[in-house]
Design a binder for this molecule. Structure first.
Ligand SMILES: O=P(O)(O)OC[C@H]1O[C@](O)(CO)[C@@H](O)[C@H]1O
Length: 313
């Protein structure tokens, strides 16, 4: 089997509530609710599967909430290789305020994972790498998992010759970068925390010095800034897309992986990632994208090279 593997150590049941207006201290009537399998790697996998890629998800899942996550995954195409644990999978809550379009996110910490459960995961991960064309390591670490876990998983992927993309934050990102992943995809805050610089160009160059082979910084409505061995590019949608941005970064990761395994040039990979990301803003929940928005945006994503001012696509 040749597939794309995504790792979500802290899976979640993602709840999205829509309210007419979010007011602190007030009671709210929820006008619509969605419930989806979540955690960043599951969102990435659902987008990849919708694009027709064979995709396998691993990580931890447990308890009553974990059972719901697994049930919901059955109707999606990723193959479930999640490792069962004794603890109960967490929930996340996104509250979308219809009056402003803004989203407020609440993420529970997740269940404690035991050393024995981690060891079970590691042996399964090693086997899955044998059939993987690329692997994405995504999201926060649940309690009980050591802060160097992603660094360990990056090293194992590299030893197996599998390209590895790391999308996390804080100390797990700092340690993971030192293990030399092929790509990292921090947002502006994560990149600033990693490097101490708020200038995305300076910070990206610094993150490469620290060990990342390529840095793709997600800059919200300004799109993506990629700093790679082959050059630097910025890619952005032709106009801002309004909606719920939860999961937009996950869809960008899906686009980058899809471009990597199909051998696209960096400018084309970035165009794909930006179109998917913007089409996710237009969709109701993370891990989904509006196909019409995606198809209409893809040929119109603007990719420029800060060095030359433009880049051929
Ligand atoms: O692992 P965390 O960093 O807490 O992120 C998880 C959350 O992020 C999202 O993936 C959006 O990117 C949500 O679906 C939610 O599950």
């Amino acid at each position: 089997m040749s597939m794309i593997l995504t790792v979500t150590l802290n899976t979640a049941l993602d709840l999205t509530h829509h309210v007419p207006q979010l007011v602190p201290h007030a009671s709210h009537r929820v006008t619509s609710v969605t419930e989806r399998p979540g955690g960043k790697g599951l969102n990435v996998a659902r987008v990849l599967a919708a694009l027709g890629h064979q995709t396998v998800v691993t990580g931890f899942v447990g308890g009553a909430t974990g059972a719901v996550v697994r049930d919901l995954l059955v109707s999606e195409s990723p193959t479930d290789a999640l490792i069962p644990i004794a603890g109960n999978t967490r929930r996340t809550l996104a509250v979308v305020d219809a009056s402003t379009g803004d989203t407020t996110q609440f993420n529970e910490p997740g269940p404690a994972v035991t050393p024995a459960e981690w060891q079970t995961f590691l042996s399964s991960y090693g086997e899955l790498l044998g059939g993987a064309r690329a692997v994405a390591l995504c999201g926060s670490l649940p309690p009980g998992i050591h802060v160097g876990a992603y660094a360990d998983l990056v090293r194992r992927a590299r030893a197996a010759g599998v390209p590895v993309l790391l999308d996390t934050s804080g100390e797990p990102l700092r340690r993971g970068v030192a293990a030399r992943p092929d790509v990292i995809k921090p947002n502006a805050d994560e990149l600033a925390r990693l490097t101490g610089s708020r200038d995305a160009s300076t910070a990206s160059a610094d993150a490469r010095r620290k060990g990342a082979r390529a840095v793709v910084a997600s800059l919200g409505p300004d799109g993506l800034l990629a700093t790679t061995d082959e050059g630097r590019w910025q890619a952005a949608p032709p106009a801002p897309v309004r909606g719920n941005p939860t999961g937009a970064g996950d869809s960008a990761v899906a686009g980058l992986l899809c471009g990597l395994v199909t051998g696209l040039s960096w400018p084309d990979r970035l165009a794909l990632a930006v179109a998917l990301s913007a089409a996710t803003v237009a969709a109701p929940a993370a891990g989904e994208f509006d196909r019409a928005t995606y198809e209409s945006l893809l040929p119109r994503v603007e990719v420029t090279s800060p060095a030359s001012g433009s880049a051929p696509r």
